[in-house]
Design a protein around this ligand. Structure first.
Ligand code: HEM
Length: 187
């Protein structure tokens, strides 16, 4: 897993908990890297699992909830650092439709040994998108957080249905449906 993901994770921990919490989970996790990450370095995915586990123990928040929250944070960081991918796009489904064939293809050029998931994408009509996520790193929760923040970012209401097709978050189907604003009721 690329160092950029670890750097952003520790930024989130510092911002949402404290710098001491970030140091504490690094110390507790007995990491081969020692926790000194550089963006372009590559580290074992097991280090992320250990850090999230240590944070979960200390905060009492379940690991999947923490990973989803990290996905939401990470999306906005991608927006800051990779603004190019957003040019000319003003819709969450249009953005997400490009994840496999455009965005992660470019990511692979920027980070040659990135371990990226596979997405099979279907766009049956402009208001619906189906994404089948598949990864040996079982980060379906991270994918969900990224998708949720993408929708929040672009602002048009979209409903997400998540179907776990295995029991470890390595094969997940997301069904996204745009909701017409006149169908939303505010009470
Ligand atoms: C500007 C947009 C994006 C950029 C620059 C980007 C970049 C990256 C990078 C650098 C990694 C780390 C690869 C590694 O650790 O070796 C990654 C992993 C990942 N990306 Fe993206 N990504 C973007 C958008 C998204 C979106 C919208 C989704 C969800 C639909 C997504 C899903 C994932 C997941 C789940 C992983 C974790 C690795 C795995 O599951 O195997 N990414 N991405």
């Amino acid at each position: 897993m690329k160092g950029v993901v670890f750097v952003e994770f520790l930024e989130m921990v510092e911002a949402q908990f404290s710098p001491e919490m970030a140091d504490d989970i690094i110390d507790a996790s007995d990491l081969p890297s020692g926790g000194a990450y550089t963006s372009v370095g590559t580290y074992s995915h097991g280090e992320m699992v250990a850090l999230v586990g240590a944070l979960s123990e200390r905060t009492g928040t379940p690991a999947p909830t923490l990973i989803r929250a990290f996905g939401e944070f990470l999306f906005e960081r991608f927006h800051v650092h990779h603004g190019d991918f957003f040019h000319g796009i003003d819709d969450s489904l249009d953005f997400l439709e490009r994840i496999e064939d455009v965005i992660h293809v470019q990511v692979r050029k920027l980070y040659p040994n990135a371990e990226l998931p596979r997405f099979e994408i279907e766009r049956p009509d402009p208001d619906h998108l189906r994404m089948l996520y598949r990864s040996d790193r079982h980060m379906g929760d991270l994918a969900e957080g990224l998708i949720r923040q993408c929708i929040a970012h672009f602002g048009t209401p979209v409903v997400i249905e998540r179907h776990d097709l295995d029991d470890k978050g390595g094969l997940v189907r997301f069904e996204l449906s745009r909701v017409q604003s006149e169908m939303l009721t505010f009470e």
